[in-house]
Design a protein around this ligand. Structure first.
Ligand code: SAM
Ligand code: SF4
Length: 332
């Protein structure tokens, strides 16, 4: 992607470049996914206020001045924010931001897909962990598969440039649906992402019972004629596969695979303005006071300094998943 010549790339000590910000808009969620918030979202006694639309605009402007051009709106469930469309419009209007993506559980997608597209969202990821209605309800706590599938059709009609379905594959829960999910994207121009269950502080027992290694999925796909696609420049850590007879593509997100962190190109900001250098890090760096000051220079200097300290890799292999209780807390 072209960048203004006076912007030094935002990079860390081992030369990884950061052009992608995942922005959590809220940690609140209405679903109860078994691997994420099995008991539903519980409001802590003191929940910090979410960044306002104006604070988000200022923060994203600072990141854009550091060369970031892609922002993903996530959460929790980002669309639960009443001002979601104002946020999407504000982010997509920031000079330098060329890609605004969102990740959603599909809530209200069937009715709002066109409105979100009209606010400047170009890319959408929709979580669908099962194509079986009863199983979908058991995983998410909501009997809404039909509604989510209608939402996917609405997203296709709305003309998003990219539509991806996210599926967390879990042993003994939905791993027998691999072929059905692959078939779903074989006949449709959609991408599917299989995500390995990630261990967080709150789901260690669940992880031990249900984790499926991404490599085993890649092996099964390759045996069925899927081929690894060459890595595009600046691509993130997903392994992408295509098949000559399939309309869609498949990506595998396997954080436990070797070298997963080597291609890390993303930063995260929590809904209360903390910068997280890794999903599995020890905590966030509070940028809110600098965002509130409305002077971009100190904010930009601070972001650059903090990013320089990013650790080369996570510590999942030694059983350390950092301080993250669940992915809803900092935006998965
Ligand atoms: N609520 C939205 C949704 O579910 O799409 C956005 C936030 S959710 C945290 C983002 C993605 O993270 C979803 O695709 C979800 O399936 C995935 N996710 C959440 N917890 C996870 C975990 N422990 N391991 C792997 N993926 C997880
Ligand atoms: Fe909510 Fe998304 Fe977590 Fe499911 S994965 S509980 S939809 S934040």
């Amino acid at each position: 992607m072209p960048r203004s010549p006076d912007v030094l790339p935002l990079s860390d000590a081992i030369g990884r470049r950061f052009e992608y910000l995942r922005l959590s808009l809220t940690e609140v969620c209405n679903f109860r996914c078994t691997y994420c918030l099995p008991d539903g979202y519980k409001k802590p006694c003191q929940r910090p206020a979410e960044l306002t639309v104006e604070e988000i605009r200022r923060a994203v402007t600072a990141f854009a001045q550091l060369g970031l051009w892609k922002v993903r709106l996530t959460g929790g469930e980002p669309t639960l924010r009443r001002d979601f469309e104002n946020v999407a419009s504000a982010v997509s209007s920031v000079p330098g931001i060329r890609r605004v993506a969102m990740t959603t559980n599909g809530y209200r997608l069937a009715e709002r897909a066109q409105a979100w597209r009209d606010c400047g969202v170009n890319a959408i990821n929709i979580s669908v962990d099962s194509l079986d209605p009863a199983r979908f309800a058991a995983i998410t706590g909501h009997d809404r598969l039909g509604e989510v599938l209608r939402g996917i059709e609405a997203a296709r009609d709305a003309g998003f440039e990219s539509i991806k379905l996210n599926a967390v594959l879990m042993r003994g829960v939905n791993d027998d649906e691999l072929a059905a999910m692959v078939q779903f994207v074989t006949t449709r121009d959609l991408s599917l992402r299989f995500i390995e269950v990630m261990r967080t502080n709150d789901n260690t027992a669940f992880f031990d019972r249900h984790h499926v290694a991404g490599q085993s999925v890649i092996d099964r796909l390759e045996a069925a004629g899927w081929k690894r696609l060459p890595r595009a420049a600046g691509a993130g850590p997903a392994v992408e596969l295509g098949h000559p007879h399939a309309k869609g593509r498949i990506g595998i997100i396997a954080p436990y695979s070797r070298d997963f962190c080597a291609s890390c190109n993303r930063l995260r900001m929590s809904s209360d303005g903390k910068l997280h250098l890794c999903l599995f890090g020890d905590g966030g760096i509070d940028l809110r006071p600098l965002i509130a000051a409305d002077d971009p220079a100190p904010l930009i200097t601070r972001i650059r300094a903090v990013v320089g300290t990013k650790a080369p890799a996570h510590r999942l292999h030694s059983g350390n998943s950092g301080a993250t209780p669940h992915l809803a807390s900092i935006g998965g």
